[in-house]
Design a protein. Structure first.
Length: 311
C-alpha cells in the first residue's frame, strides 16, 4: 500500500475542519430599539394637535356651508345653531341667470387644457435642453431661467395688446394658448433636472437600433419621468383652477367666467353680501382640487432612478 493511501483520510479530515472553521457565521441580529409607551403617546398627541390645526379651516368651511346668513358674524363657532341646506340650493341655482354648472364647466375646461398643454410643451422643451446638444444651448437655457424672475404683471399689457389685436379677448385662447408654448419656465426647469439624472446609455442604445429623437422621447424618456410629469400636472391644475387675475383680464362675458370670478358675484350683485352662498361656492370649488391631489399624490414620492434602473 502506498504512502498516498495513508494520507488521503487525513487530508479529507483537515479539509473538513478548514471548511467548518471558515464557514460564514450569520451576522448578529440587529437590536430593535423599543420606544417607551409614554413617548409613543406624546408623539401621537403632538401629531394629532398639528393635524387638527392644519385641517381646522377646512372643517370649519364645511360646517359653515350649513349656516344661515344670520349666523355669520354672530356664531364664530364650528357647528351651526340652525343647520340649513339653503346655501347649496342657492348656489345650484346660479347667479345672473347662469347656473353654477356653467362656471364649474368653464373652470374644468381651462384646467384640463392647461394640464395637457403645460405637461406636453414643458416635456418637449425640457428634452431639447437636457438631451440635445446644439449651439446657443446655454444662452437659451439661461434666458428661460431668467423669465422666472420676470413678474407676471410686467407682461400683462403687452400680452393683452397682442391678444386684442388677434381678436381673442373674451375667449379661452389667451388663457390656454401660452400653456402649449412652454411658457412655464418652472416646469421646464423641473423636468430638465429630472432628465439630466438619467444615464445617456439608453439614448445611445436606442440610436444604435435606429430610433430618432421622437421615438426616444416617447418610448424611453416619458415613462421614466412620469413622477415629474404628474407633479407638473398637479401644480398646473391647481394654478389654473385657482387663477383669478388672468380670467379677470381677458374674460368679459359672465358666460365665460370660471369659478374664481363667479365667487365674487355673490358679493358684488347687491349692497349686502350672501356669505352663505359665497362660503358654499368656495367649498364646492375646493373639492375638485382635493380629489385631484388625493388621486395623484402617491406619484409625488416615486423616484426616477428606482424606475429607470430596475432589473
Amino acid at each position: 500500500m502506498s504512502s498516498a493511501s495513508f494520507g488521503e483520510p487525513a487530508v479529507q479530515v483537515l479539509e473538513q475542519q478548514d471548511l467548518e472553521n471558515t464557514s460564514v457565521t450569520p451576522p448578529p441580529a440587529r437590536r430593535r430599539v423599543k420606544r417607551k409607551t409614554w413617548q409613543t403617546v406624546v408623539w401621537f398627541i403632538v401629531l394629532g394637535v398639528i393635524t387638527a390645526v392644519v385641517l381646522y379651516p377646512l372643517v370649519w368651511l364645511l360646517f359653515a356651508t350649513f349656516k344661515p346668513n344670520a349666523e355669520f358674524g354672530q356664531n364664530p363657532g364650528l357647528l351651526p345653531d340652525n343647520p340649513t341646506v339653503q346655501n347649496y340650493l342657492t348656489v345650484m341655482q346660479g347667479i345672473a341667470g347662469i347656473p353654477m354648472s356653467r362656471f364649474f364647466l368653464n373652470s374644468l375646461i381651462l384646467a384640463v387644457l392647461a394640464v395637457i398643454g403645460t405637461v406636453l410643451s414643458s416635456a418637449l422643451a425640457a428634452y431639447a435642453f437636457a438631451r440635445i446638444q446644439f449651439k446657443g444651448l446655454g444662452i437659451l437655457f439661461a434666458a428661460m431661467i431668467g423669465t422666472l424672475l420676470l413678474p407676471f404683471h410686467v407682461v400683462i399689457i403687452p400680452q393683452y395688446l397682442l391678444f386684442n389685436s388677434l381678436g381673442m379677448i373674451d375667449t379661452f385662447w389667451p388663457l390656454v394658448l401660452p400653456k402649449f408654448l412652454a411658457t412655464e419656465a418652472f416646469f421646464v426647469f423641473l423636468l430638465v433636472q429630472f432628465m439630466r439624472q438619467m444615464p445617456r446609455d439608453m439614448d445611445e442604445a436606442a440610436r444604435i437600433d435606429g430610433a430618432g429623437h421622437i421615438r426616444i422621447f416617447w418610448a424611453i424618456i416619458v415613462p421614466l419621468i412620469r413622477p415629474a410629469l404628474i407633479t407638473c400636472a398637479i401644480f398646473a391644475f391647481i394654478w389654473s383652477w385657482n387663477d383669478f387675475l388672468g380670467p379677470l383680464i381677458y374674460l368679459t362675458s359672465p358666460d365665460n367666467y370660471p369659478l374664481p370670478i363667479a365667487l365674487r358675484l355673490w358679493n358684488d350683485q347687491t349692497s349686502t353680501s350672501d356669505y352663505g352662498a359665497t362660503v358654499t361656492a368656495s367649498f364646492i370649488a375646493l373639492v375638485p382640487v382635493l380629489l385631484f391631489f388625493i388621486v395623484f399624490q402617491r406619484f409625488l414620492v416615486d423616484g426616477v432612478a428606482t424606475q429607470g434602473l430596475k432589473g
